[in-house]
Design a protein around this ligand. Structure first.
Ligand SMILES: [Zn+2]
Length: 395
């Protein structure tokens, strides 16, 4: 579905070819080491254990005088050791085959990679002619390397996190290609990379979008929008949204990171939409949000965040059940929270547009939307109902 829109930078293809065999070989060694640990390692631990049990046996019978009793006790200990041995060998067998399965599922044997790499074959099929960047001339390549090194020294993304490497210019060389191709083809760009060192904007360890400096540079240089996501993020999006919403959501994610700068954000997940009753009879639209840690796991803390207006809702693109970024803001009653924007990459498809209720849940009369000085709230059109609400909340 997207193969005709895929494009691979020359530098990325080059690095793939260069590193392919070394990576396959390293992976092979890693798995061989793990297998050896499972075999020999377990055996050694087990032998130690059995030795301990044998010592217990000697201790147990030391004071036993009756020979028959002594033999019976020793026999029980030997029984125990035999069960342990059986359990050990079964356990190692199970683990050996489970590890082999993991290895088979996630890696390709080095000999296979060397002879006829199936991944490369699949790539060759997709990456015909203009799907791969052109090899720059030697002269151009050298020029770009100089430029890349200057940027890295100045701490400009991408690639400065690689500064300790012998050659840190790879990410930056790719970036130059992306700039050119976006400009020449007048197409917005979605770059998929799992290289999360320095090209992403993070909030408490959670990726929320590309580094805004890259978005800005792409816009200045090519006039095009830019977004990047990790492979799993892309696949999640592709599954659910590819045709309908990716470009717009993409932009919104970028915007939301633009607005707040780089730090101080929290993550949350909208639990539900509700209205909070206010002492003047108004019903204030709010989101009830579960606060999350940097791995987007629940912190067990809930907060109510007011929804400023419907226009704000539409512009922010936030849907009910969205993962969102939040910032702390000072409020009338201590610290409050404000939603910055949705984490679009986390969407699962269960998110829905927020619909304000049309009728009062107390009396069933129509609710009307009141808008004053940039704030909005709902009010019941039935005056006695409104007064009852005010009374019930007290002075
Ligand atoms: Zn009412």
């Amino acid at each position: 579905m997207v193969s005709h829109r895929i494009w691979v930078p020359y530098q990325a293809a080059l690095e793939y070819q260069r590193n392919r065999l070394a990576v396959a070989s390293t992976q092979q060694k890693v798995h061989e080491t793990i297998a050896a640990l499972a075999d020999g390692g377990f055996d050694a631990v087990h032998a130690e254990y059995v030795r301990g049990v044998a010592e217990l046996r000697s201790k147990a019978v030391k004071e036993v005088r009756d020979r028959e009793v002594r033999t019976a006790i020793e026999w029980e200990f030997d029984n125990a050791i035999e069960s342990l041995n059986k359990a050990q060998s079964k356990c190692v067998d199970n683990m050996r085959s489970a590890l082999a399965k993991i290895r088979q599922k996630h890696t390709i044997d080095f000999e296979v990679v060397k002879a006829s790499d199936p991944v490369r074959a699949a790539l060759d099929e997709i990456l015909i002619e203009d799907r791969v960047g052109n090899r720059p001339s030697d002269e151009e390549y050298e020029k770009r390397k100089v430029l890349a090194n200057e940027r890295i020294a100045a701490g400009r993304p991408p690639g400065y996190a690689d500064v300790s490497k012998d050659d840190a210019t790879g990410d930056c060389l790719i970036w130059f290609e992306l700039l050119d191709v976006a400009k020449n083809s007048s197409t917005p760009m979605l770059y998929i990379t799992d290289d999360v060192k320095d090209a992403y904007q993070k909030v408490r360890g959670q990726i929320v979008g590309p580094d805004v400096r890259l978005v800005r540079e792409m816009r200045d240089f090519s006039g095009q929008d830019y977004h990047q996501t990790t492979l799993d993020g892309f696949l999640r999006l592709a599954r659910k949204h590819l045709r309908a919403t990716v470009s717009e959501d993409t932009i919104r994610t970028i915007e939301s990171t633009h607005k707040v700068g780089e730090t101080g954000l929290l993550a949350g997940k909208i639990k539900y939409y509700a209205t909070a009753n206010s002492s003047n009879g108004a019903r204030l639209p709010i989101f009830v949000i579960d606060l999350l840690d940097e791995k987007l796991a629940p912190l067990g803390e809930m907060v109510a965040v007011s929804i400023p207006s419907r226009e704000w809702l539409n512009n922010s693109g936030i849907l009910d059940k969205d993962y969102v970024t939040l910032k702390r803001v000072p409020g009338n009653f201590g610290e409050g929270y404000q939603i910055v924007g949705p984490l679009v990459d986390r969407r699962t498809g269960e998110e829905k547009a927020v619909r304000y209720p049309e009728n009062c849940n107390a009396c069933g009369s129509r609710l009307i939307l009141i808008s004053r000085e940039g704030r909005e709230w709902l009010e019941c059109t039935d005056e006695p109902c409104r007064e009852r609400l005010i009374e019930s909340l007290g002075p």
